[in-house]
Design a binder for this molecule. Structure first.
Ligand code: ARG
Length: 610
């Protein structure tokens, strides 16, 4: 084998090439079928080809394959290669490949060098490479004076992780909080503020109390009092025309909301920069004019709209009363992000309910020539939708009094529960009150984040404290923390802590080992672990896949498997005191480094600092 850099990515590409030849022979005349090759998760092989299942309809009835179906045909047509030791068919759809031992021995040498290089030069050497410089992630984005609900929590958690993954991939990320701060509701809120607090400028959040209650109260007035309603509608106009007193009142209401949102961001350690709907308002007329000049904007039932092929309702960009709406703002924000901020990838994180809205906005932008014809090319825009958060009753997540759950309360409860568990473990006696508080926060908030991220974001998920602190064993919270089982943040953090303690107990200096020691991968479980570590760096795997497909759960799955692989390695391979001690300690260290990077990307790192 040539002494070229033989990383896992190359290996997979080589296998994919072989399977491409096989597919060409199996289903001739279908050049669009791309080989799907992935690392095996089960123990039947090293890699597997997953194409067979999708081929049934194409392949049925063709000569030579009537016997055992597509997988057998794919296997039969696979060219001979020094890479492959043996092949087998598993289930209805997989062809498993066991790689040749000789060939692997050579490849492994290069892996070892790769892991060792990462240890010395840092995990950044394993960062994926995306071909863009700047992205916008539009996430969290609650609405002023309305409640910030669990949907916004999901958006905050998912968006924050996507932003971190892009940043790790060397992309500059503009983390945008597109708060709803510019709607007709402000007329009513402002008039109500004037009425309740004649010297409103001195009013602060303690006087207003709960802004949501304030909103409800003013809405009530609006609905029953015609005179108030009239005033409120005029107030919108006065605000939008920039009348000073109205602007001031508006700013004050926004500020009170902002402080409440910030409490949640602070707890979660999330950073974002607010550019709310109001920011784009001055740019709307220009953008609509440009779209109109391009001939895209048409008159329809008094409104001005953009028609989109394949969708029977148009995108309304100017309402029939001449006002602007959510879509006008989003068209303008998109224009701004592309032209002023020069972002190449614009990502929106909201619940799936808004999918059609974004679909229409993106398609309208495409008609305007803002995006290239080929969807795979940049600049592009993506909507990252997510499912509902459900309560244990399977319905929309609410408190017992059927109110929307306040996020601050929810996070408080997570903290209270993890604190109780720590106390039960006797930590109150061991730690200072501050340490106890910090750890309780880190574990509690970390559990909430991880429980969200580990699911495919599109599925609805059930919010269940007991479960997010322990998955496999259903039991009351404090006990499960002791067991640390299941795919939970607590389990993963525990696994990491254990690795660190193995290294610590060895009494060896890993910095020294990195320079002088050598890794070997002789034991099967060492190889599985080593290969898994390398998959973190493998092109189109893990981070890059999680990034490109905007799926944080891919990273969670990787992390969980890593800790499982480590556990298997550790139970079968003695580390401290063995002949392979140096190599194995380095493998421990490499695992810990990769785990920490994952924690960082999943924003669970605060948990580690505690
Ligand atoms: N404020 C909206 C909501 O609460 C989300 C905004 C998402 N971002 C956007 N550019 N439209 O549903």
């Amino acid at each position: 084998m040539a002494a070229e850099q033989e990383n896992v990515g190359n290996l997979k590409r080589k296998l994919a090439k072989l399977f491409q030849l096989s597919l060409d022979a199996t289903v001739p005349g279908e050049p669009d079928i791309e080989p799907q090759v992935a690392a095996c998760t089960a123990k039947f092989g090293d890699y597997q080809c997953n194409n067979a299942m999708g081929l049934w309809s194409k392949i049925k009835g063709r000569p030579g394959i009537e016997f055992r179906g597509p997988p057998a045909a794919i296997m039969k047509n696979l060219p001979q290669s020094e890479m492959i030791e043996s092949c087998s068919v598993a289930g209805p759809g997989f062809v498993n490949v066991v790689l040749s031992k000789n060939w692997m021995a050579q490849v492994r040498l290069l892996w070892l060098q790769n892991i060792q290089k990462m240890l010395v030069d840092g995990i950044e050497t394993w960062a994926p490479k995306l071909s863009i410089k700047r992205a916008v992630v539009d996430f969290s984005s609650p609405n002023i004076a309305k409640e910030m609900h669990v949907g916004h929590l999901r958006s905050t958690i998912i968006g924050d992780t996507l932003a971190s993954m892009l940043e790790f991939s060397n992309v500059e990320v503009l983390r945008r909080n597109h708060v709803g701060d510019w709607g007709t509701q402000f007329g009513m809120l402002i008039e109500f503020l004037f009425e309740k607090f004649p010297n409103f400028e001195d009013v602060n959040e303690t006087a207003i109390g709960d802004l949501q209650a304030f909103y409800k109260e003013s809405k009530q007035r609006f609905d029953v009092d015609a005179e108030f309603k009239d005033r409120a509608q005029k107030a919108v106009v006065r605000l939008q025309s920039g009348e000073q007193m109205y602007r001031k009142a508006w700013a004050q209401i926004c500020e009170i909301s902002r402080r409440e949102f910030d409490q949640v961001y602070q707890r979660l350690g999330v950073h974002l920069e607010e550019k709310g709907e109001s920011f784009y308002n001055p740019h709307i007329p220009g953008v609509i004019e440009a779209l109109t000049n391009q001939g895209l904007v048409e008159e329809s039932k008094g409104a001005r709209v953009i028609f989109i092929e394949g969708i029977n309702i148009p995108l309304i960009v100017v309402k029939s009363d001449g006002g602007y709406n959510y879509a006008s703002t989003d068209m303008t924000a998109l224009w701004y992000r592309l032209n002023e901020e020069k972002a190449e990838w614009i990502i929106y994180v909201t619940d799936v309910g808004q999918q059609q809205h974004f679909d229409m906005v993106f398609k309208a932008a495409k008609r305007a020539g803002w995006f290239p014809a080929d969807d795979r090319q940049y600049p592009k825009a993506s909507h990252v939708g997510f499912g509902l958060v459900l309560g244990e009753d399977g319905k929309r997540f609410r408190t017992r009094s059927t109110e929307v759950v306040r996020l601050a309360d929810l996070l408080d409860e997570a903290k209270t529960r993890s604190k109780a568990a720590l106390i039960e473990r006797g930590k109150a006696a061991e730690w200072t009150e501050e340490e106890l508080e910090q750890t309780a926060e880190a574990i509690g908030y970390g559990a909430v984040k991880y429980a969200d991220l580990k699911n495919n974001r599109l599925t609805n998920y059930t919010f269940d404290f007991d479960q997010m602190l322990n998955d496999k064993v259903k039991m009351p919270f404090p006990a499960c923390l002791l067991l640390c089982e299941g795919n939970t943040a607590v389990y993963l953090l525990y696994a990491h802590a254990r690795i660190c303690s193995i290294i610590r107990k060895s009494g060896k200096d890993t910095e020294e080992l990195k320079k002088t020691g050598k890794i070997v991968l002789d034991h099967a479980d060492e190889r599985v672990l080593g290969l898994h570590l390398l998959q973190f760096a493998e092109a189109r795997q893990v981070v890059e896949e999680a990034c490109s497909n905007l799926l944080p759960n891919v990273l969670c799955e990787y992390l969980y498997n890593l800790s499982e692989n480590f556990t298997r390695f550790y139970s079968n391979c003695q580390v401290v005191g063995s002949a392979e001690e140096t190599s194995r300690l380095l493998l421990c260290e490499a695992t810990a480094v990769v785990m920490r990077k994952c924690f960082f990307l999943l924003e669970l790192y605060r948990t580690l600092m505690a």
